[in-house]
Write a protein that binds this ligand. Structure first.
Ligand code: SAM
Length: 228
């Protein structure tokens, strides 16, 4: 018979959410993000990727897909001089609301809908293409592994399609993707679209997470699509 300790109380939180809470409280990136006033620990991921890939420059027009709560937009806008005279601009989109940031033009929309895509395109400006497209989009995890993986690959494909239509030919795309079913095919699509594709696993990305960030640069000529 199973023995229960005296005074056993049914846990109110699952083991995984307790683990998440413990990790969150002790995580050095969470603590450092708090110290620096960053909106999320995720900010360190794009900073690390930029350190290696040297993507961000003053004056750039950047699109941030799946931006809330705003860690990436915040540090990217700082780097490109967002909100300053002659500085750059970030067009950010998310399903969730996000508090304002200098130099960031936020769209609350579902990027997978035609209306969401059209609004992001409109905010770029007529006929304008971005210097850099970022996607940290991730689906709400349902717990059904295969379905979650398929939805995450679907979001990465949306980001790639967007880049083919709205990225400058010499621009770059940073896209989060989860390794698993559909990843090799997505990597193939990236290689077919860009001359240069590299994979990054920043230290700030948890080891047990299957996420990696692919950086594609220099769109291949036959991959540049019309913005129409
Ligand atoms: C990991 S979070 C992004 C964190 C962000 N990069 C930061 O630094 O704060 C992923 C985001 O993708 C958003 N997302 C997922 N699917 C989306 C969709 N179809 N359209 C817009 N945003 C989406 C989620 O709402 C979520 O806020």
């Amino acid at each position: 018979m199973e023995r229960k300790p005296r005074g056993h109380v049914k846990p109110t939180r699952s083991v995984s959410s307790n683990r998440w809470m413990h990790e969150h409280v002790t995580d050095p990136y969470v603590q450092e993000a708090r110290k620096r006033g960053y909106r999320s620990r995720a900010a360190f991921k794009i900073l690390e990727i930029d350190q290696k890939a040297r993507l961000l420059r003053r004056g750039m027009l950047v699109v941030d897909l799946g931006a809330a709560p705003g860690g990436w937009s915040q540090v990217v806008a700082q780097r490109i001089g967002g909100g300053e005279h002659g500085g750059g601009r970030v067009v950010a989109v998310d399903l969730l609301d996000m508090a304002g940031l200098p130099g960031v033009d936020f769209v609350r929309a579902d990027f997978s809908t035609d209306a969401g895509l059209a609004e992001v395109a409109r905010r770029l400006g007529p006929g304008r293409r971005a210097d850099l497209v970022l996607s940290d989009m991730a689906p709400n995890i349902s717990g059904i592994g295969a379905a979650d993986q398929a939805r995450s690959i679907g979001l990465a494909e949306l980001a790639l399609d967007f880049a083919r239509r709205f990225l400058k030919p010499d621009g770059a795309l940073v896209v989060k993707v989860f390794q698993g079913q559909g990843f090799p095919e997505f990597l193939k699509q990236m290689r077919a679209s860009f001359h240069d594709v590299k994979s990054h696993k920043p230290k700030a990305s948890r080891d047990r997470s299957a996420e990696v960030f692919l950086v594609g640069r220099q769109l291949r000529e036959d991959s540049v699509e019309s913005t129409e």
